[in-house]
Design a protein around this ligand. Structure first.
Ligand code: NAD
Ligand code: UDP
Length: 312
């Protein structure tokens, strides 16, 4: 039984990861400051003897015994990470520095939840890990993009300077149950709007693309990455099935048979025009690929929100 720390464990992805690790029989410490996460997400684990929650902010040092650290703590939705951008930078940079010190003192493995945002508004398509990106360093997304890029730098420097056992995963747009109804990201926004028959808000013309990965596939990839040896990454994890935002809106409206109308709002600045992961490296190194397609994944997410919002 390993002692595994999951920072951001009460958030969307973290809660699914905690559940899987508890089911595998590990002792799981879920650490969260509850900025965007919610205890409700891990309610089903609270009675398990191999699960505990610590309320803590990774901006502050912590000293506990651990074998592995998954660092997921960071708001991930653009409206959330832009709400307090200084805090987002501090969480990404000071936070990972504290977690790396913890890994170093415990001789523990540490996995960093990095992001496709390190590629910015990409000029290479699809994006391979070798691409250095096209990131605005002073825009409204920079607190997140540059924070995550600096976190990758710190990970690599701890590895080269101190031999720390690191794993960097670049996560592409992931969705599923346990997203907050007011999360602000596109899949949850569209589903909640369609279920409430309110306007579906497309930013810009809706021609921009994303490639959506269901959360169970992503969690499987995270655990596979942690369990490899001799491979630091960075490695892309995401579903290469690319679609426009408009086609996602149409899919959600059709599935819910909603009366919602599509309305168009201004495109926020620096919103990437297209995004799709090249997952060759994950296939080769982790023997990983996603299995849940958009139809099944959106159906599962709609069921979750129907229950959450009390819609029959
Ligand atoms: P989320 O907002 O649901 O979860 C983030 C969690 O971190 C929340 O529980 C929040 O309370 C906690 N947190 C934030 N700041 C903290 C701090 N300073 N100290 C302790 N806890 C803190 O988002 P998510 O989608 O579950 O994302 C999890 C991680 O995966 C993030 O690091 C995010 O950058 C990364 N990621 C997610 C996606 C995606 O599509 N979901 C894509 C790329 C990267
Ligand atoms: N988006 C949209 N309507 C919404 C929320 C988002 O059209 O209600 C767009 C957003 O502008 C972006 C895409 O959907 O082009 C994905 O947005 P999200 O915030 O989910 O993730 P990210 O931009 O970080 O990939």
């Amino acid at each position: 039984m390993k002692r595994i720390l999951v920072t951001g464990g009460a958030g969307f992805i973290g809660s699914h990861l905690c559940k899987k690790l508890v089911e595998e029989g590990h002792y799981v410490i879920c650490l969260d400051n509850f900025l965007t996460g919610n205890i409700e997400n891990v309610k089903n684990l609270l009675n398990e003897s191999n699960f505990e929650i610590i309320e803590h902010d990774i901006e502050n040092e912590i000293d506990i015994k651990v074998d592995e650290i998954y660092n997921l703590a960071c708001p991930a939705s653009p409206p959330h990470y832009q709400f307090n951008p200084v805090k987002t930078v501090r969480t990404s940079v000071v936070g990972i520095a504290n977690m790396l010190e913890l890994a170093k003192s415990n001789n523990a493995k540490i996995l960093q939840a990095s992001t496709s945002e390190v590629y910015g508004d990409p000029l290479e398509h699809p994006q391979k890990e070798t691409y250095w990106g096209n990131v605005n360093p002073i825009g409204i997304r920079s607190c997140y993009d540059e924070g995550k890029r600096c976190a990758e730098t710190l990970m690599m420097d701890y590895h080269r300077q101190f031999g720390t056992n690191i794993k960097i995963v670049r996560i592409f747009n992931t969705y599923g149950p346990n997203m907050h109804p007011n999360d602000g990201r596109v899949v949850s926004n569209f589903i909640v709007q369609a279920l409430k028959n309110t306007d579906i808000t497309i930013y810009g013309k809706g021609d921009q693309t994303r490639s959506f990965c269901y959360v169970s596939d992503l969690v499987d990839g995270l655990i596979r990455m942690m369990n490899t040896s001799g491979f630091t990454g960075p490695v892309n994890l995401g579903n290469p099935s690319e679609r426009t935002i408009r086609s996602l809106a149409e899919l959600v409206i059709k599935k819910i048979n909603s009366n919602s109308k599509i309305i168009y709002k201004p495109l926020p600045s620096d919103d990437p025009v297209k995004r799709k992961p090249d997952i060759t490296l994950a296939k080769t190194e982790l023997n990983w690929q996603p299995f849940v397609g958009i139809d099944e994944g959106v159906d599962l997410t709609i069921s979750y929100f129907k229950t959450k919002l009390n819609i029959l």
